[in-house]
Design a protein. Structure first.
Length: 405
């Protein structure tokens, strides 16, 4: 009969396996919400765009450089920026997957709600359909009942078909979300593969640079020993920072001392100008700053911990083995392990400015090395990586957010 065709379609729609619904509704990710993931997605996309612009500028500078050492250094910095772009893309991909998963859970609930009344109606229609036509001829009143059933079915079937079309639409949307999730997972896997290849290339370039700078490393041996001695003598990270800042102050003072005055070529003429560089400026405008790693800032400057101690810097949750770069130009004053902080790097920017970067697992920076913004310092660890960044001026903590460029 004609009225049985929509009934068969309705029965097939209601027979969707529960396993399919479960597949479309992944279990919630602990500690996540849709708003938070959307914020993370926007931040990651902004970080990726910023890293892309940095890498393009560094690549252009590398192409314009003739000196082999400078070209290699620019290439390394450009690759580090590309890696940070990939890390931001990876974070964006993870946020995108979490958003789709949340939409799938919502869609699964809607689908279940739409199915319930149709399931009940289908059960009633099945009871009607099971009555044998021959039995209706021998039962009293069966003919009139059959007529009434026909009238009821004629009124109900348009509503059933409308609900069926709505259910079909919800099923199609669920399938589209499942396809989006699979595409996002594939893109995430490709980003991971590309990131691993970039990290391998960076390690090769850094090894080549270390071999080329062996002379610098040998000449910095005494300074390395002095820095390690300060690290062993310091009772805590604050005392180590103070020792390094005091040493930097002495060095800056020595740099400002006038050199020997050369005799003028003729009596009464002015002495030749000095080639000694001017001391580093101490104002904030002269210190363009950037965050050393891609990730989510989980602790801000001045935030109180559970024990009531206020943060003197920022803490960033990064991806495993995230690349860490110099936040500003300076000189590596300390690079090595420090108890309770993993491996740390302290950068002397001159003019009383210093930066502490703590929580690294691998170091590529060397004591005595001059770094520019974006030069690699090392990488974070694999398990629950968190990077702490503190900026100081004259031994006082400074809010990094005011200097970010």
């Amino acid at each position: 009969m004609a009225w049985k065709r929509p009934l068969v379609l309705l029965l097939s729609l209601c027979a969707i396996p529960a396993a399919l619904l479960a597949q479309q509704a992944p279990s919630p990710i602990p500690g996540t919400s849709l708003d938070r993931q959307r914020t993370a997605l926007a931040q990651a996309k902004a970080q990726a765009e910023e890293a892309r612009k940095r890498s393009e500028a560094l690549e252009a500078r590398a192409r314009a450089t003739n000196a082999a050492a400078d070209k290699t250094r620019d290439q390394i910095a450009a690759l580090a920026a590309r890696i940070q772009q990939s890390e931001a893309d990876l974070r964006a991909g993870q946020a995108r997957i979490a958003i789709i998963a949340d939409m799938q859970r919502t869609q699964a609930r809607k689908l279940a709600e739409r199915r319930q009344p149709i399931v009940r109606l289908t059960a009633a229609l099945q009871q009607i359909a099971r009555r044998a036509p021959l039995l209706a001829l021998v039962e009293p009143g069966s003919v009139s009942d059959a007529v009434h059933r026909r009238i009821v079915l004629a009124q109900v079937m348009p509503v059933v078909m409308a609900n069926t079309r709505g259910l079909q639409s919800e099923i199609a949307r669920s399938a589209a979300l499942r396809e989006s999730a699979e595409a996002a997972a594939g893109a995430l896997a490709r980003t991971r593969d590309g990131l691993a290849a970039q990290q391998k290339t960076l390690a090769t370039l850094e090894q080549r640079q270390r071999l080329a700078s062996r002379t610098l490393r040998d000449s910095a041996g005494l300074e390395v020993e002095r820095a390690l001695a300060m690290g062993e003598e310091a009772r805590d990270i604050g005392e180590l920072m103070e020792k390094i800042e005091d040493a930097a102050t002495v060095r800056d003072a020595l740099l400002t001392l006038p050199g020997p005055t050369l005799r003028p070529a003729r009596p009464g003429s002015a002495p030749p100008p000095s080639d000694r560089p001017a001391p580093a400026a101490a104002d904030a405008a002269a210190l363009p700053y950037r965050l050393p790693a891609v990730g989510e800032v989980v602790t801000g400057f001045g935030e109180a911990s559970e024990s009531g101690v206020r943060a003197r810097g920022l803490t960033i949750a990064t991806a495993p083995a995230a690349t860490v770069v110099a936040p500003a130009r300076g000189r590596i004053a300390f690079a090595g392990p420090f108890r309770g902080y993993g491996r740390i790097v302290i950068i002397d920017h001159g003019g009383g400015w210093t930066t502490l970067v703590a929580g690294l697992d691998r170091l590529s920076a060397q004591v005595g090395e001059t770094v520019r913004p974006g030069d690699p310092l090392g990488a974070t660890g694999q398990r629950d990586p968190h990077l702490t960044v503190e900026l100081r001026r004259q031994e006082r903590p400074v809010d990094i957010a005011a200097l970010l460029r």
